[in-house]
Design a protein around this ligand. Structure first.
Ligand code: BGP
Length: 485
């Protein structure tokens, strides 16, 4: 007789931790030979809910490059992890982190992106970070490009729009794979690679004066170069360090149909395909047919070198990672998709939203995990999830962030459900365990952390680290391997 059983707990080797990105935490933007990055030329916004991440022109880059201060560019200052990394990693260890996801700033290692030899002082910083993690047995999970590249590559060759950027990136990846062979077991190539279709911050390409069709053309061409560079990185890593694994990284946003009307269901399916397309290429090794149709209908013609398709097919990723913050809704008649926008999508009357309009959907995480597991049958890793909120230091000197605990708890419960459904989930790195500069708004006051950092939007403050209430809660979650929520 067939006896059905299913897992009821997180696996013993589950990787609990947190995630950050170089340009949001490190600071030290011009120290020890580091070059300026694309992230560091994006100005802070004056409208706190505005997405500023793509507002860059050739002119604004010139102005930013001439500006040697950080007043208008908060990603240059981060939270000074560069000088606080020991203290910060110690706090992560105190929470019991098994893994810490961070990114290596390409421009710390290849300041202009075009050098043939790396900047030793830049590598030395990551040597120190890795040594500190090892001290506490925290596994590093390294993102190779988290929304940034040396700005020189934009100025000289328009970022990923140029095929030459593939070789520049793979010089960087080969350097760090060799250097950290045996030390880093998990790598990610491009953070939220799908957001490249939104523009500059992912592709590093300026396309402001182009028509809509021309913009799409340049963005998908840039993405094609990223796909190829990612596949080449996979090949390099497997040759250099056969025990290490490399993953893709998608901003996953499930789209629900606004009604059960089949035309709405079909519209939602198409939106979903357009979101999963990136992982389809990176995990299955080929462009899916639905995108070929989309390219043809939108006059997009990708230029491919003769070997590109073979490279994509031969070197798919080992695992699939994604960020999960929200879900969205669509209808065939776009008029019904009221109050939506590009970043947050259509409104769902069953869900509440964060102060920034991100619709909170813990059950959607279970749905997402099941669908992605069914589609790819490759291990999954949630590498971002969390609540951006305005935290106040109370009179007692603490931050009582029960709303954050509530958000995270509800998502972790659904992760456990998905594991019981049979999903293979490697780990969970919530976003921003320590407060950092928000990517989309460049603000400090949109906080995600278990650790409060005393710094305001103007960059004023002592940078003192203060544990929030959620700190002890997450410590307990990890200590009980997800049982005590
Ligand atoms: C993801 C990015 C992160 C991070 C997070 C939160 O899209 O990968 O870099 O910032 O979102 O977004 P925000 O900082 O805009 O609140």
């Amino acid at each position: 007789m067939y006896k059905s059983t299913y897992p009821k707990q997180f696996p013993a080797n589950f990787l609990w931790g947190g995630a950050t990105a170089a340009n949001q935490v490190e600071g030290a933007w011009n120290i020890d030979g580091k070059g300026l990055t694309t992230a560091e030329v994006v100005q802070k916004t004056t409208d706190r809910k505005h997405m500023s991440m793509g507002d860059v022109t050739s002119e604004s880059i010139k102005i930013a490059m001439a500006d040697t201060t950080d007043a208008m560019y908060p990603k240059r200052r981060g939270v000074d992890f560069y000088h606080h990394y020991k203290e910060d990693i110690k706090l992560f260890a105190e929470m019991g982190f098994k893994v810490y996801r961070f990114s290596m700033a390409w421009a710390r290692i290849f300041p202009k992106g075009t050098e043939t030899e790396p900047n030793e002082a830049g590598l030395a910083f990551y040597d120190r970070v890795l040594a500190e993690l090892k001290k506490y047995n925290i596994e590093p999970l390294v993102t190779l490009s988290h929304y940034e590249m040396p700005i020189n590559l934009t100025v000289e060759q328009n970022g990923w729009a140029s095929r030459q950027t593939i070789a520049a990136f793979n010089r960087f990846t080969e350097t760090v794979f060799k250097r950290y062979h045996g030390q880093v077991h998990y790598w990610l190539t491009f953070n939220e690679i799908n957001t490249g279709t939104w523009g500059f911050h992912e592709t590093g390409a300026i396309d402001k004066d182009l028509s809509q069709t021309e913009q799409l053309q340049i963005r998908y061409q840039a993405l094609h170069h990223q796909f190829v560079a990612s596949a080449i990185a996979t090949k390099q890593l497997h040759e250099i360090d056969p025990n290490a694994k490399i993953g893709s990284m998608l901003a996953r946003m499930q789209t629900y149909p606004a009604t059960p009307n089949p035309v709405d269901v079909q519209a939602a399916q198409l939106e979903d395909q357009k979101n999963l397309f990136f992982t389809d290429v990176q995990a299955r090794g080929e462009y899916p047919e639905y995108m070929n149709r989309y390219f043809a209908e939108n006059d997009i013609q990708l230029e491919m070198a003769p070997d590109d398709q073979a490279i994509l097919a031969k070197y798919p990723v080992d695992f699939i990672s994604f960020s999960y913050y929200m879900t969205t809704v669509t209808a065939a008649d776009e008029g019904e998709q009221v109050n939506g926008n590009m970043a947050t999508g259509g409104r769902n009357p069953y869900l509440e939203a964060s102060d920034w309009g991100w619709q909170i959907d813990p059950v959607g995480l279970r749905v997402t995990l099941n669908e992605m597991w069914d589609r790819y049958r490759k291990p999954l890793f949630i590498v971002e999830n969390g609540l951006g909120a305005v935290d106040e230091l109370a009179a007692d000197g603490h931050v009582h962030d029960d709303y954050r605990i509530d958000y995270l708890r509800k998502h972790i419960i659904q992760m456990r459900e998905a594991i019981s459904d049979g999903v293979e989930l490697m780990g969970y790195t919530m976003w921003g365990p320590i407060d950092l500069i928000s990517f989309s708004t460049s603000e400090m006051s949109k906080r995600y952390g278990f650790i409060y950092v005393d710094q305001d939007d103007a960059g004023q403050g002592s940078l003192k680290r203060i544990k929030k209430d959620s700190f002890a809660w997450y410590q307990k979650v990890i200590a009980s391997n997800g049982d005590d929520l």
